[in-house]
Design a protein around this ligand. Structure first.
Ligand code: AMP
Length: 422
């Protein structure tokens, strides 16, 4: 029976993983410049964490979680996103005790039982940051600037930040009532799912892809017109910081994001895809999430960026040239008797940082050298009985086609300072 990979998952082969590594290196580098260090949490958690942390009325929790019972009948879920797990780890490790800001970044696989289609997978990868302990809009500005910095360093320019404020527990209930009343009057035009969520979270209608729901949502009261003084002040201050920093943004009244936990700032970063602006990154503030997950109230803000999406953009825009680094030296030999000597030489050269390839089956010297040429190595070693007896190896410069004898004891020195493959 042929066993294939589960639907919606991918095998990334070396020609792909070098691109992932290039992306991951930049993500790590830039995160550290902003003082965000890596956190690694389990890829599975107790289901309840996501029910509480992501929100019961979200698409993720209602329809998309990979949930199963383990051998002791505990309900386990493969993480559908990163924030809830990081909040749990923040609490479990008592990181609030320092009283100061705590900043993390993460990368890794996420799992959502969605219908697989182009760009949508059941196992996909996100990079994200979480910033705890700062309620001021400076934290919001910092992560928006970080996200832009990453995208710009990757070569993606022509970016725009789409920004909104979704209010807080002080102003949201009144706004929800207004919104519910507005939608209730037009309930017949809403899809079944929006109708069922109306009483619990009317904001979800803004996220619905159904065209009739979208038409109704377009005329709905705007959250920005219904903010309390504190949320209003926070939003204005954030915009003022972004103005000073030259960040291009536009306010999108209907940007609410698909998660329940956002308060105040919600944002997406869009790039120009041949004239249409598309999101590559989304995030927002979650000042009540830590409390919702069982801690004392601690403000927080974060974003996540879809790594498959970013790599796709980089490829479309020809911005990624990462290639598998080739070998520097091919160690060819004549006869199995020379293998031991060759492996000893290879170990010494690899110790010096050279990538060395060889033939593992003692094929003819001709086919080994053909292989070396095919691999485009700059140098080949040739080791045979005579050479071993004389304590030398032949070094062939594959570009010039020239060949010279080098004492075995001198092999490291010979290559020192020579231009090899990157
Ligand atoms: P979200 O956590 O839903 O806000 O998604 C953040 C980013 O993750 C999106 O902008 C997408 O690029 C990416 N993403 C979300 N779901 C998937 C999926 N099923 N497959 C691939 N990428 C995804």
């Amino acid at each position: 029976m042929k066993i294939s990979r589960p639907r919606g998952t991918n095998d990334f082969l070396p020609a792909e993983t070098v691109k992932w590594q290039h992306l991951e290196n930049i993500l790590k580098e830039v995160s550290c410049l902003y003082g965000f260090y890596e956190i690694r949490t389990p890829i599975f958690e107790h289901t309840e964490l996501f029910q509480r942390g992501v929100g019961e009325t979200t698409d993720i929790v209602e329809k998309e979680m990979y949930t199963f019972s383990d051998r002791k009948k505990r309900s386990i879920t493969l993480r559908p996103e990163g924030t809830a797990s990081v909040v749990r780890a923040y609490l479990e490790n008592k990181l609030y005790a320092s009283g100061g800001p705590v900043k993390f970044y993460y990368t890794g696989p996420m799992f959502r039982y969605d219908r697989p289609q182009a760009g949508r997978y059941r196992q996909f990868h996100q990079y994200g940051v979480e910033f705890f302990g700062v309620a001021e809009p400076a934290a919001d500005a910092e992560i928006i600037i970080l996200a832009e910095d990453i995208l710009e360093r990757l070569g993606i320019d022509d970016l725009e930040v789409s920004l909104n404020s979704v209010g807080c527990p002080a102003c949201r209930p009144k706004y929800y009532e207004k919104l519910k009343a507005y939608f209730a009057d037009r309930e017949d035009q809403l899809c079944d799912l929006c109708r069922s969520r109306l009483s619990r979270n009317p904001l979800r209608v803004f996220d619905c892809k159904n065209s009739s729901c979208q038409a109704v949502a377009a005329g709905a009261p705007k959250v920005a017109d219904n903010l309390c003084a504190e949320c209003e002040g926070h939003f204005s201050e954030l915009k003022a910081i972004l103005d000073v920093c030259g960040v291009k943004y536009s306010v999108d009244d209907f940007l609410v994001r698909g998660l329940d936990y956002y308060t105040k700032t919600a944002f997406e970063i869009l790039y120009n895809d041949g004239g249409t602006m598309k999101a590559v990154c989304g995030g927002g503030r979650y000042d009540n999430l830590v409390e919702q997950c069982g801690g004392k109230p601690v403000p927080g803000i974060g974003f996540a960026l879809g790594m498959e999406r970013i790599l796709q953009v980089l490829e479309e825009k020809n911005l990624i040239a990462a290639e598998i680094p080739g070998a520097d030296i091919y160690a060819a030999y004549v006869g199995r008797e020379s293998m031991g000597t060759v492996f000893g030489l290879m170990k010494r050269l690899r110790k010096c940082g050279y990538a060395v390839e060889t033939d593992y089956s003692a094929r003819s010297l001709g086919s080994q050298l053909k292989n070396a040429a095919r691999m485009k190595v700059p140098y080949a070693l040739i080791v045979g009985d005579d050479e071993i007896r004389e304590g030398v190896v032949e070094v062939k410069d594959m570009t010039a086609g020239t060949q010279e004898k080098v004492a075995v004891a001198e092999i490291e020195n010979y290559f020192k300072g020579r231009m090899l493959n990157d």
